[in-house]
Design a protein around this ligand. Sequence first.
Ligand code: MN
Length: 248
Amino acid sequence: MLNSLISRRRLIATGSLASVGVALSRFAFGQTAQTGAKPTLSVVPAYLGVSPQTLPPLPYAENALEPTISARTVGIHYGKHHRAYFDNLHKLLAGTPLEQASLEQIIVQSHDQPTLADVFNNAAQAWNHNFYWNSLSPAVTAPSAKLQAAIERKFGSIEALSKALVATSASQFGSGWGWLVVDRGELAVVKTGNAETPFTADLAPLLTVDVWEHAYYLDYQNRRPDYLVATVSRHLNWAFASANFERV
Ligand code: MN
């Protein structure tokens, strides 16, 4: 599964701000991109309805995940890092045909487009963080009966799934994300590097955990697995995952 995901992803070359403007001015939104088949939006949970222009509110108080994740970490992560992706995207899209597109459409259209790498990175990070905040819950939650059955079929138990999610996420080299996804009808645990998001590979995301250092360094320093074990065991939002599972 991991290998197949990696093989489906391609390296994104770095684009400059100047080239993005030129590329977007020639960019006809809604058309198929120049090379290769573009991923569809069929696996994207559209529940968030996130505008690329506005940072959505945090779904709980900054201190709601304490002591697992401190208010200081959430405050900086949401208020500085997440906000910056929206601010950067806003500047990159100003006056371009993508300005009115949805965040999901921007991600799909800019994915694997070397001249739109800055657009993709900021849009995907904006989306991934929306998904991350919603993937966590201050309260204990449980999967729906349908998702529970799928978890037991694939992993044996929720504990075994959690262990796989921690191991896969911990093993991401450098910045990135760990995910529970649906891949062609099957649950799977995958990881993505930097801003990459599973739905560009037609994997439907159910939950994510952020493994960029800014997600845990103030609280856990280099102990990424400790952050993951605590977060996955205490704060995964299974109600959110279940709702996403219903839409696949
Ligand atoms: Mn982050």
